[in-house]
Design a protein around this ligand. Structure first.
Ligand code: NI
Length: 139
């Protein structure tokens, strides 16, 4: 634990109450862990918005497989962007709907563009992108 530093923080009582409520809701048992996660999240957001750092992301897409045009476009996009898509998972939700989860790797700006392109494709019923950067890994 040589790399751990301790520091005192002054905080308004109301804000501390909100932190405690947040921790309870999220299942944190340790205030330090909750604050460390918040700091990492902010650093990832900052690095991501810079657009240049190495980043990883996921894109999940829900669509009807009956939309052939969309299914073809998704496959083509994945083959064209091989360098950015490192893994994919396909789940058949029901008779009509599929979910595709892609793991993307690359520069933040590039994978953001790829994610946006996939999410805005006609026929995607719902989708979400998540991301992380080196700021979450370095401790
Ligand atoms: Ni399917």
């Amino acid at each position: 634990m040589d790399n751990v530093a301790r520091f005192g923080v002054s905080i308004e009582k109301d804000l501390l109450k909100k932190l405690s409520a947040y921790m309870k809701k999220k299942g944190y048992k340790n205030r330090s862990e909750a604050i460390r996660d918040m700091i990492r999240d902010k650093l990832v957001e900052e690095e991501w918005s810079g657009g240049k750092g190495a980043a990883f992301g996921t894109v999940s897409l829900v669509y009807s497989h009956e939309s052939r045009e969309l299914a073809n476009r998704l496959v083509k996009a994945q083959h064209r962007k091989l360098g950015h898509i490192v893994a994919s998972l396909h789940v058949h939700i029901d008779h009509h709907n599929c979910m595709e989860v892609l793991v993307l790797k690359g520069k933040a700006r590039e994978i953001q563009q790829l994610g946006d392109m996939l999410l805005s494709t006609r026929g995607v019923k719902h989708g979400k992108m998540t991301f992380t950067t080196a700021a979450a890994i370095k401790d």
